[in-house]
Design a binder for this molecule. Sequence first.
Ligand code: PHE
Length: 444
Amino acid sequence: MSSNSQWSSRVGFILASAGSAIGLGAIWKFPFWAGANGGAAFIIPYIIFTFTIGVVLVMAEVAIGRKGRGSVVTALRSVGGPWYALMGALGVLTSFVILSYYSVVGGWCVAYLWDAVGGNVTISDPQILKDHFGNLVSNGYLNVGWHFAFLTLTCAVVIGGVEAGIERVSKYLMPMLFILMLAIIVRGLTLPGAWGGVEYLFNFQWENLTSNAILNAMGFTFFSLSLGGGILVTYGSYLPGKTSVPHSSLWIAVLAIQAAILAGLMIMPAVFAFGMEPNGGPGLVFITVPMIFSHVPFGSIFAFFFYVCLLVAALTSAVSLLEVVTAFMQNEWNLSRKKAVTINWVALFLLGSVSALSFGVWSDFTVGGRNFFDLLDYVCTNFMMPFGGLVIATLAGWKAWPVVREQFRIGNNFGPGILKVFHFILAFLAPILVLVAFYQGLFG
Ligand code: PHE
């Protein structure tokens, strides 16, 4: 995509945005966050957040992008003025920082795909798998090297153009990922003891509903919908003028939530069946999934396709993050696409390497018990992205509501009632929820 091109169709836009939404957030992060935050006490708020403030903020971002055109800074300036342009720049920074550590996890996917090619991932001994994962992340050369590989792939896609390569590929691989996940779920659920995992995911207990679980659920809603970093503003700016924004946004939310729930069902039953801890941390997916593969016929072939799909899912999200920064540099700094991507390649490699090394040689550096990687993720997910959402909500709900309302109306016959609901969510509900969550997170 260049800054003045457009998606070829509504489906193209939905697929690209869903591609951005569905990624490591759903498949890697969701299971271990749900595990660490009391299962249903995390999932239920996540679903509620998604279908209230989540969808409406997606709509608002897309609407502002389409109205303003250009990068997130350009669009926010044209719809909201110079102050909002500055807030847009904060979104660019958020996307940049997220991509730096996202690429480290993307690197793990490349590493496991590499293992799968060699037939080395279908191991049934949890200790071996744990050691294998621990070794990968704590070995600086390996972790930085795989991060570099993933980042390079991402840069290559963004230079080559989003619609030419990645869109075409993901059209086939994303549905395949769903099918593979369903197959893994079926196998996982038929293991003895697996049902405990389903109960863990869906059995709601009040005492688990802590303010921290709610803050994390809200942060995850932003993360999973790719909100607050300017992604949907940027993608929205390529949206043809007649497409219905609310309709497409609902699709994005439904697809994102479905991916996360499927991932939870893929991982949690296996965790219980194999007697592991549900709060096993970031290695959970990389340890349990290979164990399931060791319990199916042709496990290594399954594993290979699974990691291909996972890598593509991660790549489509990483591409969207890089696209935000690239579009910004093209629009605001007049850099060529190639130059912008090259600068990011180097800068992201350096910053990401610090995250990569924070599992090994630099693991002693912690803030509040978090290593550098966790710290970036915590700040971006729980603060920067919700703050970006707050910016969009105040712009769409207060300053530019008439403009946003016009965008919402295109292609729809909304009565005044539903528009009032959208307006209420943008002007009041979203800002209040974000502020309460901030307060809880900082002082609660
Ligand atoms: N939504 C993506 C995922 O779940 C991650 C992401 C976050 C992408 C923010 C873009 C912006 O993997």
